[in-house]
Design a protein around this ligand. Structure first.
Ligand code: ZN
Length: 183
């Protein structure tokens, strides 16, 4: 079950954040008062027009996949942003990897679907959790790892990080509901 064909996941480096450390950080985020001023704004929309078609080069197998629907080309374009955010997340000590295999016609796990989704793979204490990315997930995780009290949606709005804790816990595999090892 560990063999997901993604390098980096599952390797325990000495400096990776442990479950104990993350638990403490979750606790602090939940209990510390929000001191930062909250700025209003919309969440993560992009004013950029999407291209009609875009060619995706798979970093794993080097296969090129042509995506032609606007809802897909827009997602392909976000790969770069996600990769940069993942770099930051790893710098901050979380053993995490972006799974973008869905964008590749060869690497895609489920070849029957037409959709495109990204996943984040997080390993804490050698336990790997794979979560389908939703908008602003990485913004929330970065703010959490930077020990901020708010997260920035990127469109001018900030939100209390406290409110994002259930989502962050799920991504870390520390939501409580995974204690049985299921989901
Ligand atoms: Zn591929």
């Amino acid at each position: 079950m560990i063999a997901l064909g993604v390098t980096g996941a599952g390797m325990l480096a000495a400096e990776d954040l442990t479950r104990e450390q993350l638990n403490k950080m979750l606790e602090e985020t939940a209990t510390n008062p929000v001191k930062s001023e909250l700025l209003p704004g919309a969440c993560c929309y992009s004013p950029m027009p999407y291209p009609n078609r875009i060619e995706y080069l798979c970093p794993l197998c080097k296969t090129k996949t042509l995506h032609e629907k606007w809802e897909k080309t827009g997602r392909v374009q976000t790969a770069d942003k996600y990769r940069n955010q993942m770099k930051r997340i790893r710098e901050l000590g979380l053993d995490a990897t972006l799974d973008e295999t869905d964008l590749c016609s060869q690497c895609r796990r489920d070849k029957t679907t037409e959709g495109i989704t990204f996943h984040i793979l997080v390993t804490v204490d050698q336990r790997l959790v794979r979560t389908q990315l939703e908008y602003c997930d990485l913004e929330k995780v970065i703010a959490f790892l930077e020990k901020k009290d708010v997260w920035d949606s990127g469109a001018g709005g900030t939100h209390p990080l406290k409110d994002a804790l259930p989502r962050i816990r799920k991504i870390l595999g520390m939501g409580g509901d995974e204690a049985t090892g299921k989901k």
